[in-house]
Design a protein around this ligand. Sequence first.
Ligand SMILES: Nc1ncnc2c1ncn2[C@@H]1O[C@H](COP(=O)(O)OP(=O)(O)OP(=O)(O)O)[C@@H](O)[C@H]1O
Length: 326
Amino acid sequence: MSIEIKGVNKKFGDFVALDDVNVSLPTGQLTALLGPSGGGKSTLLRIIAGLDSADSGTISIEGTNATELPPQKRNVGFVFQHYAVFKHMTVAKNVAFGLEIRKRPKAEVAAKVDELLRLVHLSQFAHRLPSQLSGGQRQRMALARALAVEPTVLLLDEPFGALDAKVRKELRDWLRRLHDEVHVTTVFVTHDQEEAMEVADEIVVINEGRVEQVGTPDQLYDEPANDFVMGFLGEITTLNGVMLRPHDVHISLAPQLPGAAEGTISRLLRVGFEVRATVLTDDGDEVTVVLTRTHARQLGLDTGVRVWVTAASGALTMPALSAAAG
Ligand SMILES: Nc1ncnc2c1ncn2[C@@H]1O[C@H](COP(=O)(O)OP(=O)(O)OP(=O)(O)O)[C@@H](O)[C@H]1O
């Protein structure tokens, strides 16, 4: 295991930011810390980095107990949302910085900087200043700079958070490819479930200072440990006292399946190849149903049409005990 987090607790005054966190992250893996704002993700990342200390518990990195080590002795690289760059230095100089303060030979530094700039697709911008780069290019420079010193662990706190949706998506694909090339153990914080699902090998879901579940994107989506995870990792709707995913609702024009609830379509929305129908059942449930356009057309769905809805066979369901999150 590359990073072992054992029994970590952290309070700010009376406020419990982390509550007995235990997680093991394998070497070479890309892990997302995912959860709602204020859940404790950044606090955990800062504790792994050594920028903050836990009240109790231990952190070990590649078998070394790092709990008491200062950040510079942990061999971790960081990138934050608003990355501090040296504004007066070129892109190449920014990337070289960590190597130069370690007094590596000039030729070695030059070769390493070339290699890294190629990796992050910034070779042609080597001699520009950071202010002459786009936001996405600056974050790629930040990653190159963090990778320069060959960290054991790379820690990214919402690295693409400040960028617009399109650039975010490009960088996300790019981060995945970069990781497939360099395989450095990487932990990144995000509150965006789609980002975590697309990029991460494994996701740690953190809410109110606690780890709710650890698993691959598929495991979390298909076998959520509880209603919080189910609601946070995908859309849910409630029908006959159970939570389920809108694409798992079976809809028909006659009572085909036992226990189906009768209702009326109150709204129909076409989004690309999907149709989203809102069904108001006679019992007063408002149920969201997602189906393909073709299927909706075959059934002749429209507002005002009477329908029967129930969980499709094989649907993932969970008792709707508490208010759903997400
Ligand atoms: N230095 C601090 N002093 C007091 N409270 C803090 C401090 N740092 C964090 N907190 C509180 O701890 C909780 C967890 O914060 P943290 O930044 O870890 O959450 P997060 O999951 O990363 O959320 P976000 O996505 O909004 O950054 C928050 O309620 C925050 O207000």
